[in-house]
Design a protein around this ligand. Structure first.
Ligand code: NAD
Length: 271
C-alpha cells in the first residue's frame, strides 16, 4: 500500500524489460503511489519481454520507442500526452545497451560503430528525450526527469568498458539540460547512481557476480536493491524533492564514499 504521493501525476517509464528490470519496480511503485503512466521500450524488447503483464497490473498502455530514433521519440511524447490527457509530471530513463560489451570486445579494442550506437542509445537518448519534451512543451512546471547511471561514470571499473563513457555523458546531459529546462520551465533533471543490481543489463557486464559481492562488502548499508531504487525514484518524482535538480545522486548504501571496509581489508590480509 502506498501513500498516494504521486496522486494525479502523469509520466512515461522507459526500460521495463522483465521483472528484474529497475524500471519494472519503478512502474509498480508509481502505480502504488497513485500515478498514471505510459510504459515504453524498443520494439524488439516489446516482442521479447513480458511488458504486457506489467501494463495490465498497473493499468497502463505500452507505446513502442527506439530511443535512438528522433521520430519514435516524437511519436511517443505526442501519444503519451494525448492518451494521458495532458502534460507530463515525470519521466524515468532506464535505458542502457553496449554492443561492445555484448560482443565481449575489450576496452582496448573497441569497434567504433558499436561505440556510436552505445553512446546514442545509452546517453544521447537522454538529450533526445529532454529536447523533444522541451520543443513540444510536454512537461508541466516542476516535472521531474530521472536517468539511471553507475559510478563507473567517475571511477574506473575495468569490465564496465565503454558504458563508463556513456554514463559520464548521461550525467553531464542531466546537468546541462537541468540548467536550461530549469530556467525555462522549472523542470528538474537528475541522475541516480545505483548499486550493481542483478538485471538483464547488469548481468551482461563481465564478472558481474564478483562486482556485486565486492560492492556488498564495501558498502556500510550493503547494496541497494531495485526495489529501494524504485522508492528513491518515487521520492524524486514527488513534490517532496522540488528543489533538487542537476544532481548525480548516489544510491549505493554508502559505497561511493567508502575508501575501504573492514571486511575487504580482512580479505586482503597476508597469510
Ligand atoms: N543493473 C545494474 O547493475 C545497474 C546499476 C546502475 C545503473 N543501471 C542502469 O539502470 C538502467 C536500467 O537497467 P537495468 O539494470 O534495469 O537492466 P534492463 O536490461 O532491465 O534495462 C535496460 C533497458 O534498456 C532498454 N533498451 C535497450 N536499447 C534500447 C533502445 N534502443 N530503445 C529503447 N530501449 C532500449 C532494454 O530493452 C531494457 O528494457 C540502465 O541505464 C543501466 O545502465 C543498472
Amino acid at each position: 500500500m502506498g501513500n498516494n504521493i504521486l496522486k494525479g501525476k502523469k509520466g512515461i517509464i522507459f526500460g521495463a524489460l522483465d521483472e528484474r528490470s529497475i524500471a519494472w519496480k519503478v512502474a509498480e511503485k508509481c502505480h502504488e503511489e497513485g500515478a498514471t503512466f505510459v510504459l515504453t521500450n524498443a520494439p524488439i524488447a516489446l516482442r521479447m519481454g513480458t511488458i504486457n503483464q506489467l501494463a495490465e497490473a498497473t493499468n497502463s498502455i505500452v507505446i513502442p520507442c527506439d530511443v535512438s530514433l528522433d521520430e519514435d521519440m516524437k511519436t511517443l511524447v505526442e501519444q503519451a500526452t494525448e492518451k494521458l490527457g495532458g502534460k507530463l509530471d515525470f519521466v524515468l530513463h532506464s535505458v542502457g545497451m553496449s554492443l561492445n560489451v555484448r560482443k565481449k570486445n575489450p576496452y582496448t579494442d573497441l569497434n567504433y560503430d558499436y561505440m556510436h550506437k552505445t553512446l546514442d542509445i545509452s546517453a544521447i537518448s537522454f538529450h533526445r528525450l529532454l529536447q523533444t519534451c522541451y520543443n513540444m512543451d510536454a512537461l508541466n512546471e516542476w516535472a521531474s526527469v530521472v536517468g539511471l547511471t553507475y559510478i563507473a561514470g567517475q571511477r574506473v571499473f575495468p569490465d564496465y568498458n565503454e558504458m563508463a563513457e556513456a554514463k559520464s555523458m548521461l550525467e553531464s546531459i542531466a546537468r546541462s539540460m537541468g540548467y536550461h529546462y530549469g530556467k525555462a520551465k522549472k523542470v528538474r533533471v537528475n541522475t541516480i547512481s545505483q548499486s550493481p543490481t542483478m538485471t538483464s543489463a547488469g548481468s551482461g557486464i563481465g564478472g558481474f557476480d564478483s562486482f556485486l559481492a565486492y560492492a556488498q562488502h564495501m558498502s556500510p548499508l550493503g547494496n541497494a536493491s531495485a526495489d529501494d531504487c524504485a522508492n528513491y525514484c518515487v521520492s524524486l518524482f514527488s513534490d517532496y524533492t522540488r528543489m533538487v535538480t542537476m544532481q548525480n545522486l548516489f544510491h549505493d548504501g554508502g559505497f561511493s564514499y567508502t575508501g575501504v571496509s573492514r571486511e575487504v581489508m580482512d580479505m586482503m590480509k597476508p597469510e
